[in-house]
Design a protein around this ligand. Structure first.
Ligand code: LLP
Length: 460
């Protein structure tokens, strides 16, 4: 049975995971999955920001990450407006390059960086240092030095060793960095174990339950060289259930109140971190920034009311929710293989080197044939990459038209977060470029890596 025989694999739909519904029409784009300017034209070809994917593929090649700049800017503004009066730090680990940092700055957001490398990009892009927050469980002396010399807005301290290190550096320079204490609130976030961060048994933060967080705050309050501005908590990533944020906010505010009671200091700020989920498949129904903000504000106001606290200035650190939905990856199909009536393997010209999330977190993605519409009945397909590894899966299960064939362009939505930023050169595959498209104009914001780039590092 050939995958090219339209409809021949229809019977295999029985192998679809239970959550995956066969769409009435495989050409339909679900709005929650795609950047907002993406549409399928009358000729069936997808366009974004006024450019067709055929033009983009011809001009820039595949695979490529395609950023819808209008969509990205709109998401920045929605978060900024939702948290007006507070502060939104775009978590640059989701995707960091100078053009994106510039847009984030222009749209009035602040920036979360967690390494010297991200800090270097932020400063190179002109992000005002006062709007940068530095994270990390093992910041080096060099990273801390650079951060305080640049005058970053806050350093989120994560260990007693770091407090000692930062104190010494600040004293030696006669500066007084603003710091937050990262609190581990003991919340079991309902997400993949590797991206949950506030349960007790992990490397981040100071435990609330053991008293370490209170001790860290006390140590800083007794240290002239450091200014404690607030508590910070981040419970994990790709979280839909807001009850986790609610529990962590209540617990962190209990420490906030205890600090007031013990030290007579009401900390001016509170950071509830990032982690807000986005849609990767038809099954995901994320909240809007406005709803999340209203929910978090309500919880914080209630808790502060109960404890007779002034409401601290609220900040959050969304990465995925801002950049994730604004990008899709454009691939070209190379081979189509029907594996004995089980499923059809559609191989594309990238794979786990440009999207490791499927292999690493068992993540689910969606896909559509982007260069044309099709009236062929759907088949259940698995989109795989070109790497020498059977776990090299991009999209585990998706209904594609039964006539999907080599040369087709295939687009995978919601790849803006943690795809380019976690890309590798596995099998010496050069990393794809990032294109920003708006108003009919495409520009390369990160260029495609070349074999010369790879060989340039190979000095042996
Ligand atoms: N703030 C802190 C302190 C964080 O550690 C993170 C993510 C964020 C904010 C942003 O989280 P977001 O809003 O983007 O979910 N590589 C994984 C995600 C790891 C996230 C690490 N920290 C993934 O691909 O799902």
């Amino acid at each position: 049975m050939s995958a090219h025989e339209a409809g021949a694999l229809h019977a295999e739909i029985g192998h679809a995971p239970v959550w995956l519904r066969q769409p009435a029409d495989v050409n339909t784009l679900l709005p929650q999955l795609w950047p907002r300017t993406v549409e399928r034209g009358a000729d069936g070809v997808l366009s974004v920001g006024g450019r067709t994917v055929r033009e983009l593929a011809e001009e820039y090649g595949t695979p490529a990450y395609v950023l819808d700049e209008v969509d990205f800017r709109a998401r920045c503004r929605e978060w900024r407006d939702a948290f007006a009066g507070g502060e939104v730090h775009y978590a640059s680990k989701a995707f960091c390059c100078k053009a994106v940092v510039r847009i984030v700055a222009e749209e009035g957001l602040s920036l979360d960086v967690c390494t010297g490398g991200e800090l270097a990009v932020a400063l190179a892009a002109g992000m005002p240092a006062g709007r940068i927050a530095l994270h990390g469980n093992n910041k080096s002396v060099a990273e801390l030095t650079r951060a305080i010399e640049a005058g970053v807005g806050r350093i989120v301290v994560d260990s007693f060793d770091e407090i000692d290190r930062l104190t010494a550096l600040a004293r030696a320079r006669g500066v007084r960095p603003r710091v937050m204490v990262r609190v581990t609130a003991g919340v079991e976030a309902h997400t993949h174990e590797f991206i949950a961060t506030a349960h007790e048994d992990q490397k981040f933060g100071f435990s609330l339950a053991s008293g370490a967080a209170a001790k860290a705050a006390s140590r800083i309050l007794h240290e002239d060289a450091l200014e404690l501005v607030g508590l910070h908590s981040h419970i994990g990533s790709q979280i839909f259930d807001t009850s986790g944020f609610e529990i962590s906010a209540r617990r962190v505010l209990s420490l906030h109140a205890a600090i007031r009671d013990e030290h007579g200091v009401e900390l001016p700020e509170l950071d509830l971190g990032g982690g807000y989920g986005i849609a990767y498949t038809s099954q995901d129904t994320p909240s809007t920034a406005a709803d999340l903000a209203a929910g978090l504000r309500k919880i914080v106001a209630e808790e502060c009311g109960l404890r007779n606290l002034a409401v601290p200035r609220l900040s959050v650190e969304p990465g995925r929710a801002i950049v994730g939905p604004a990008v899709f990856t454009l691939y070209e199909v190379g081979t189509v293989k029907d594996v004995d009536g089980i499923r059809t393997y559609v191989s594309v010209d990238g794979g786990m080197s440009d999207n490791i999330r499927t292999a690493l977190y068992n993540a689910h993605y969606s896909a559509t044939v982007a260069g044309r519409a099709s009236s062929a009945p759907p088949i259940l397909a698995r989109v795989v990459g070109k790497h020498c590894e059977s776990g090299d899966i991009v999209v585990q299960d998706e209904f594609l038209p039964g006539d999907v064939q080599p040369g087709d362009l295939l687009a995978v939505p919601a790849t803006g977060a943690y795809c380019r930023s976690m890309a590798s050169n596995y099998n010496h595959v050069p990393r794809p470029p990032v294109l920003a498209v708006a108003g009919g104009v495409a520009r390369v914001i990160v260029r495609r890596e070349t074999e010369d780039d790879l060989l340039a590092l190979d000095v042996g």
